[in-house]
Design a binder for this molecule. Structure first.
Ligand code: BES
Ligand code: MN
Ligand code: ZN
Length: 506
């Protein structure tokens, strides 16, 4: 799929289709209005007849519109003009792209990027349009023997900007949007792959692939012997029941100045979570192949920032393992010693995410990171608390939490903060070890974060619980690519802020 940015009048576009917006009730957008005049009122006549009310989701495809050079004009409902915000804009773009793809217009010039969206500039609109279009066109059909390909798929999409002055901004935004979409596609592909293919070693190979593709990414993969030497007893206790060897994957992207402290991303990479001896019920257990989506989002974010050549230093740490029951598996009541030296009584082997992340967090200390963000499909409780729209966010440093929440707002990949309070720590008390790995049903997402907090005392840290946001269930079952947009936006904002500080001498 090819994308470009262009500035020009709709009637002059020699293309298979031009795409214009119509507001509710039956009101033309400014560009549609302009084309209507040139066509002698052709479009407004159709609208007046009641062919398109302008509701979001509605479309009307016109052929051979007089006085234009394009084969078709696609009118897309945009809802009420004053309600046009982020969510509506993304829905409108999705509808347009799906319609173009189905109706066989292989190329199109899209004027929806010129719509006025509350609080946003042209760069935001172009970037979101590119990301949204790629999301709509994403298919996971690697494992289907017969692919149901469109007869005439959309191949080329041009986003229009209203003035030539916007071209440079638009082009840069387009590049960023495509980089993020590429990162999301990698994250989705890895999430969607079944656990018999996407094993810990497979994730390690994927990281190595990134290092081959981008020369400023370096990858190192630790095996069981390395982990034993480091004393990662907690991580190893989860891997014990599996025939698949665990891996600790580290990535280093050096786009920033030498010696500049990195941001570290830590991703939960449980390639299949049966629950171990505290085994899960079988209903929907297949979805536990998605339990490595945190890891996949780290790889996807590395891909996006390397594509964008972001001037930043970034570290990735991915503990990867299966969680399986077996004669060798860890049993409830077993006590292990983490790399930090703290001992853990494993009361529930299904609370395995925190057991692998705690050693990964301790491992992060060696990078002296400016900030550490872990990303994990950690608790069902987070899905109960927040549903599937927001990732859970908990942090020991409020400016970091603030920056992540804002990055979520900008990117449309939102997070919502839950309290990380000392009071909740009591729930993790153990009679036999320094702590238990579970804190009971109450506030389950919070006590999980409280557990991790004990291993994040030496740096600014935030935890993203993506159990509700990393994949969709039901008919649309599949990975979402979240929170790659949020993480990438956070890193972009950091670079901009730093540049601003340099420019202003601060
Ligand atoms: N991977 C799961 C969390 C999960 C469950 C994500 C369902 C999405 C949907 C995690 O390892 C887990 O099993 N968590 C337990 C923790 C409990 C034993 C304290 C949970 O949430 O039930
Ligand atoms: Mn589990
Ligand atoms: Zn899990």
């Amino acid at each position: 799929m090819e994308f470009t940015v262009k500035s020009g009048d709709p009637e002059k576009q020699r293309t298979a289709c031009i795409v214009l917006g119509v507001f509710e009730p039956r009101r033309l957008s400014p560009t549609a209005e302009r084309l209507d005049e040139i066509t002698g009122g052709y479009i407004s006549k159709l609208i007046r007849r009641g062919d398109l009310e302008g509701k979001i989701g509605q479309t009307l495809l016109l052929h051979d519109v007089p006085n234009t050079l394009s084969d078709r004009v696609l009118l897309v409902g945009c809802g009420r003009e004053r309600d046009l915000g982020d969510t509506q804009y993304r829905k409108i773009i999705t509808t347009a792209v799906n319609t173009l793809n189905e109706k066989g217009a292989m190329e199109a010039v899209c004027y929806l990027t010129e719509l006025h969206v509350k609080h946003h500039d042209i760069a935001w609109k172009v970037r979101q349009a590119a990301e949204t279009a790629q999301t709509a066109l994403y298919r996971f059909d690697q494992l289907k023997s017969k692919k149901d390909t469109e007869r005439r798929p959309l191949r080329k999409l041009v986003f229009s900007v209203s003035s030539r002055r916007d071209l440079a901004d638009g082009e840069r935004a387009l590049e960023a949007g495509l980089a993020i979409a590429q990162g999301m596609a990698l994250t989705k592909d890895l999430g969607n792959l079944p656990a018999n293919i996407c094993t810990p070693s497979y994730l390690a190979d994927q990281a190595r692939d990134l290092a081959k593709r981008y020369k400023n990414i370096k990858v190192d993969v630790l095996d069981i012997a390395d982990m034993e030497k480091l004393g990662m007893g907690s991580l190893l206790s989860v891997a014990r029941g599996s025939e698949q060897p665990p891996r600790l994957i580290t990535l280093e992207y050096s786009g920033g100045k030498k010696g500049e402290k990195p941001v570290a991303l830590v991703g939960k990479g449980v390639t299949f979570d049966t629950g171990g001896i505290s085994i899960k019920p079988s209903d929907k257990m297949d979805e536990m192949k998605f339990d490595m989506c945190g890891a996949a989002s780290v790889l996807g974010t590395f891909c996006a920032i390397a594509e964008m050549k972001l001037p930043i230093n970034l570290v990735g740490v991915i503990p990867a393992t299966e969680n399986m029951p077996s004669g060798k598996a860890t049993k409830p009541g077993d006590i292990v010693t983490s790399m930090s030296g703290q001992t853990i009584e494993i009361l529930n082997t299904d609370a395995e995410g925190r057991l692998i992340l705690c050693d990964a967090l301790t491992y992060c200390e060696r990078y002296e990171p400016e900030a550490v963000i872990d990303i994990a499909t950690l608790t069902g409780a987070c899905v109960i608390a927040l549903g599937r729209h927001a990732s859970g966010l908990l942090s020991n440093h409020s400016p970091l939490a603030h920056d992540l929440i804002n990055a979520g707002k900008t990117s449309g990949d939102r997070a919502w903060e839950l309290p990380l309070w000392e009071e909740y720590q009591d729930q993790l008390k153990s009679n036999f070890a320094d702590m238990a790995n579970v804190g009971g049903r109450e506030g389950g997402a919070i006590t999980a974060a409280c557990f991790l907090w004990r291993f994040a005392k030496k740096f600014h840290w935030a935890h993203l619980d993506i159990a509700g946001t990393a994949w969709l269930t039901g008919e649309k079952k599949g990975a979402t690519g979240r929170p790659v947009p949020l993480l990438t936006q956070y890193l972009i904002d950091r670079c901009l802020e730093r540049q601003g500080r340099v420019a202003s001498g601060g």
